[in-house]
Ligand binder design. Structure first.
Ligand SMILES: NC(=O)c1ccc[n+]([C@@H]2O[C@H](COP(=O)([O-])OP(=O)(O)OC[C@H]3O[C@@H](n4cnc5c(N)ncnc54)[C@H](OP(=O)(O)O)[C@@H]3O)[C@@H](O)[C@H]2O)c1
Length: 269
C-alpha cells in the first residue's frame, strides 16, 4: 500500500526511546524526513544517527523539554529557519514518562500532580499550538496523539496517567473539530501494555519480586488485566498504526481513538 509519506516531514516527540523511537524508524521506512524531540541530546542524537545511516531521509534532532514554553518556541524557530525543513506535515505527540513513584497518588503534593500533567495534558497542546503555523492546509496535515489505556480503564497507581490520557482522548475530538476547516486531521492512538525499555525493566522486577520469570509474570498480568491477546505488544505494532493514521490512506479518519491494546478495552474495568 502506498502511504504517500515520501518527502513529507514528520515530527515525533519523545523520539529517543520506546514508541517514539519505533515511530521515527517506521516513518523513515516510508521515506518521510524527521524532526525528533526529546530532552536528552545524546540519546536523541544516537537515534538520529542510526535512522539517517539506515534510511535515505533527513533527520533533525532538537533537544527540547516540552514542558518548557520557551524551549518549544525555540524548536519551532529551528525548524522554520532550517533550509531542509521549514514545515511539518505530521505531528506525533508521544512524549511521556513512566510512573514516577509507586505510592498513592491521591496523597501527592500539588507540584507532583502538576509536573505529570505538564508533560502530556499541557505539553501536547503546547506542541500543537506552536507548530501549527508550520503545518500545511492542503489535506496532508496530520496530528496523532499517543495517549494510553490508563485513560479508558484503571491502572493503579497511575492516577495522573489516567487524567492525562482521558483528557487527551476526549480533547482529540475537540482538536479534530477545531482543525477540520484547515484540513488537518487529529486522531488518538491508545496503547495498552507495550514492551518498551522501561516496561521490560518493570516486568523483570515484578517477576523477580514474585519469584517467577518475566514470561510467567506477563502471562498472569495479561490474564488478570483482561488483555485478551495474552501478551504485550512490540513498540513497532503501535508505530505502524501511527504511521498509517499519518498517511494519505487515512484521510477520512478524523477524531478517532484507535486502541492498540490487545483487547483490554473489551474487559475495561
Ligand atoms: N509503554 C507503555 O506500555 C505505554 C502504554 C500506554 C501509553 N504509553 C504512552 O506512550 C508514550 C510513549 O511511551 P514509552 O513507553 O515509549 O515512553 P519512554 O520509553 O519512557 O520514552 C519517553 C520518551 O519521551 C521523552 N520525554 C519524556 N519527558 C519529556 C519532556 N518533558 N519533553 C520532551 N521529551 C520528553 C523521553 O526522552 P527524555 O527523557 O530524554 O526527554 C523519551 O524519548 C507516552 O505518552 C506513554 O504515556 C506507553
Amino acid at each position: 500500500m502506498e502511504l504517500g509519506l515520501k518527502g513529507r516531514v514528520a515530527l515525533v516527540t519523545g523520539a529517543s526511546k520506546g514508541i517514539g523511537k519505533a515511530t521515527a524508524i517506521s516513518f523513515a521506512r516510508e521515506g518521510a524526513h524527521l524532526v525528533l524531540l526529546a530532552r536528552t541530546a545524546s540519546d536523541l542524537e544516537a537515534v538520529a544517527r542510526k535512522v539517517a545511516a539506515e534510511h535515505d531521509v533527513r533527520v533533525l534532532p532538537i533537544a527540547t523539554d516540552i514542558t518548557e514554553a520557551g524551549a518549544v518556541r525555540q524548536a519551532v524557530d529551528t525548524v522554520r529557519n532550517h533550509p531542509d525543513f521549514g514545515r511539518v506535515h505530521v505531528l506525533v505527540n508521544n512524549a511521556g514518562s513512566a510512573i514516577r513513584r509507586q505510592d498513592r497518588q491521591l496523597l501527592w503534593e500539588d507540584d507532583d500532580w502538576r509536573a505529570d500533567l505538564e508533560i502530556k495534558m499541557i505539553g501536547y497542546l503546547r506542541v500543537i499550538r506552536d507548530f501549527l503555523p508550520l503545518m500545511p492546509r492542503d489535506g496532508s496535515g496530520r496530528i496523532v496523539n499517543v495517549t494510553g489505556a490508563a485513560g479508558i480503564s484503571t491502572w493503579s497507581p497511575a492516577l495522573t496517567h489516567g487524567l492525562n490520557n482521558a483528557a487527551l482522548n476526549h480533547g482529540t475530538g475537540y482538536l479534530a473539530q477545531d482543525l477540520a476547516a484547515e484540513k488537518i486531521t487529529v486522531n488518538a492512538v491508545i496503547p495498552g501494555l507495550i514492551a518498551t525499555e522501561w516496561r521490560q525493566y518493570w516486568a523483570d522486577n515484578a517477576g523477580s519480586n514474585a519469584g517467577i520469570s518475566r514470561e510467567a509474570f506477563l502471562e498472569k498480568f495479561c490474564r488478570e488485566k483482561g488483555i485478551i491477546s495474552g501478551r504485550w505488544a512490540q513498540a513497532e505494532e503501535v508505530a505502524d498504526v501511527i504511521v498509517f493514521l499519518a498517511s494519505d490512506r487515512a484521510s477520512y479518519i478524523n477524531g478517532a481513538k484507535i486502541m492498540v491494546d490487545g483487547g483490554i478495552h473489551v474487559n475495561a474495568r
